[in-house]
Design a protein around this ligand. Structure first.
Ligand code: GLU
Length: 333
């Protein structure tokens, strides 16, 4: 009980000290933050953990030179985009990675969030592009979204961004789940094995390139990424949907990528709540951008990250004031 009380006092102190402005909170006063990611073989998991690494690096714990921000960060594996947004709203997570389309829909109360807008959702920055990928089993004749009709398809676990996007595209196509021989709800980690085992004909995945999960299916058992540039894609990528963009998965990305794959997709974005403290968000953003070269080196999907686009592209919720403070200091805004 006493320990608990002390922890409560330390936390309250931490928050007060951080709210006081320019000086980060004393390192002795810890602020714990949790970042929601995605499946353990995806890129969100790497993203969340890379952000934590930069935060801890900035602190240089135990050395005199580090920032005394007192932030301790963890980035557990989660169900993905819409799960993360929901948990941020419930104050169960402080930050999360989420697809740009779900950031848009959550803030604006559209699609799955109709009548249930999350007006306190705040953008922090965007990260890597996430092309929508239709990955078909070895030797399959499926070569488009339209070709998925009547097949055994993994549409993703509830809570994942790809599941939300798949549900949306099924509706836009005038289909229902009954139009598939099977609409499986496997996680991103389970689906590659199911494809290799022939339990499903195709899997639908919105994820950074390259990544370990897709490599299990492509390099591991000859699965291939189909083009997704037909009628539905053309209907979706329009100026009134700024959260979508055309994308190419370059030839040679995986063993079976023998030609450029033409598709479209979203951006991974980093989000929080308006209730997050300005000082914590400032320190998190600062840690990432001051160490951007180190951050980029942590995953191939991060290679082309550029602050100019990261503070703008794919962001439809307002930027958090803590992030704005840093971007202004840098002269980026
Ligand atoms: N785009 C996926 C989602 O929103 C996650 C992809 C990943 O784990 O990298 O759930």
């Amino acid at each position: 009980m006493k320990k608990l009380l002390l922890a409560g006092v330390a936390l309250a102190f931490g928050v007060t000290a951080m709210a006081m402005g320019t000086q980060p909170a004393d390192a002795a006063k810890k602020t714990f933050i949790a970042i929601g990611t995605g499946g353990p073989t995806g890129v969100y998991f790497v993203t969340g953990n890379a952000i934590c690494r930069m935060i801890h690096k900035a602190a240089a714990e135990g050395r005199k030179t580090g920032r005394k921000h007192g932030i301790r960060c963890s980035a557990p594996s989660t169900g993905g985009s819409t799960y993360n947004i929901g948990q941020i709203r419930e104050n169960e997570l402080d930050f999360g990675v989420a697809q740009s389309d779900w950031q848009y829909h959550a803030y604006n109360g559209s699609s799955k969030f109709e009548g249930n807008a999350f007006k306190n959702l705040r953008a922090v920055f965007s990260v890597h592009p996430e092309p929508i990928q239709i990955i078909v089993g070895k030797g399959s004749s499926i070569d488009s979204w339209e070709g998925l009709k009547g097949q055994k398809v993994n549409i993703g676990n509830p809570g994942s961004g790809q599941r939300g996007t798949a549900d949306f595209l099924i509706k836009e196509s005038g289909w229902t789940k009954a139009d598939f021989a099977l609409a499986a709800e496997l996680t991103s980690t389970e689906q590659s094995k199911a494809l290799c085992d022939g339990k499903i004909d195709a899997m639908f995945y919105t994820v950074g390139v390259p990544n370990a999960g897709v490599a299990v299916a492509t390099d591991g058992c000859g699965a291939k990424i189909a083009n997704f540039d037909g009628p539905l894609a053309k209907k979706m990528v329009t100026p009134d949907r700024p959260y979508y963009a055309w994308a190419t998965i370059p030839k040679g990305t995986y063993k079976t990528t023998t030609a450029d794959v033409k598709t479209w997709g979203v951006k991974a974005t980093f989000v929080t709540s308006a209730t997050a403290s300005d000082d914590v968000v400032y320190e998190v953003v600062r840690a990432v951008f001051e160490n951007l070269d180190d951050f980029r080196a942590l995953h191939k999907a991060f290679t082309n990250l550029d602050p100019k686009t990261m503070i703008k592209d794919g962001l439809s919720a307002p930027l958090h004031p803590g992030a704005i403070k840093y971007y202004k200091e840098k002269g980026w805004m």
